[in-house]
Design a protein around this ligand. Structure first.
Ligand SMILES: [Zn+2]
Length: 300
């Protein structure tokens, strides 16, 4: 069964006028239930991360500032949300959800989190709407508990997974692959184990061609025990931040290819949500829903 991490705490209210589409965390599960892609039985409620678990990935200093709410104004501006206690609590559930998804993926082949993919968070600071790095936290927990030896990140959000790249730059157990807009945020890119920077306005055929060419080789080379797939839908042509020209169908084919590769190679896959900033909320929800539709049809 497709196990999906979700909790009412994922819902979050931003101050009036904030343009981040926080509503997607409510609308996506609603849409998936409504259309019958999933039932309530698919959901599980994640537990909360402990301090010890967070400190496997983030620094004591950064966690201390979060707990005491003493981030500087600049640090808070870099994150892009007002950093309140409830935002931090929410992040602890989401990141633990990604870890629990990994445990479910090892049983069922795939598991998905209705949030997460917060790949811009570094060990010692947050940025780009990311406070905790859920993929890194989950990976470090898996490694510490000797549940896996090798992990592959497939990060196809339009923005480079700079936090992921930095956190694991000296760790051979985690291979970071990021395919992203070369001209997009972050301006100063980190070096992932493999980066593909694509030009602005790239269309389906060229984009998918690169993915089809490289992903199978990366999987062959790294032989991962588990894959974390960051399935951001900010690659869409309709995205306000994305700068690419990928159609919704192209985005769906991307998901299909990644999930099929995992399935064919018998590698458990955790899907984390990533970004999506199209003008119309229905485009965001439909593109994210496609990832779930694909997972259901490929794995179950
Ligand atoms: Zn993004």
């Amino acid at each position: 069964m497709l196990k999906i991490a979700y909790s009412p705490i994922y819902k979050y209210t931003l101050p009036e006028g904030h343009r981040f589409p926080m509503i997607k965390y409510e609308l996506l599960p609603e849409q998936l239930l409504y259309e019958g892609t999933i039932t309530n039985e698919n959901f599980f409620t994640p537990k909360q991360l402990t301090r010890q678990q967070i400190l496997l990935t983030h620094t004591e200093e950064y966690l201390g500032k979060l707990e005491a709410l003493t981030l500087s104004r600049k640090e808070e501006r870099n994150i892009g949300f007002p950093v309140r206690k409830d935002l931090i609590e929410r992040g602890k559930y989401i990141s633990h959800g990604t870890y629990e998804c990994a445990l479910y993926a090892m049983q069922h082949g795939v598991s998905m989190n209705i949030a997460g993919g917060t790949h811009h968070a570094y060990a010692d600071h947050g940025e780009g709407f990311c406070v905790f790095n859920d993929m890194a936290i989950a990976s470090n927990l898996l490694l510490q508990n000797n549940l896996v030896d090798k992990i592959l990140f497939v990060d196809l959000d339009v923005h480079q997974g700079n936090g992921n790249a930095n956190i694991f730059k000296d760790d051979d157990r985690v291979f970071t692959f990021s395919m992203h807009g070369a001209k997009n945020y972050p301006v100063r890119k980190e070096s992932s184990d493999m980066d593909i920077g694509v030009p602005d306005k790239i269309e389906d055929q060229a984009y998918l061609g690169l993915l089809y060419e490289h992903l199978p080789k990366i999987i062959d080379k790294t032989e991962p025990d588990i894959i974390f797939y960051q399935s951001g839908v900010d690659i869409l042509a309709t995205d306000k931040l994305g700068r690419l020209s990928i159609s919704k169908e192209g985005c769906k084919r991307r998901d299909h290819f990644v999930l099929s590769q995992c399935h064919q190679n018998n590698i458990p896959v955790v899907v984390v949500m990533g970004g999506g900033y199209s003008e119309k909320i229905s485009d965001i929800i439909d593109a994210h829903a496609n990832t779930y539709r694909e997972a259901q049809s490929i794995f179950f």
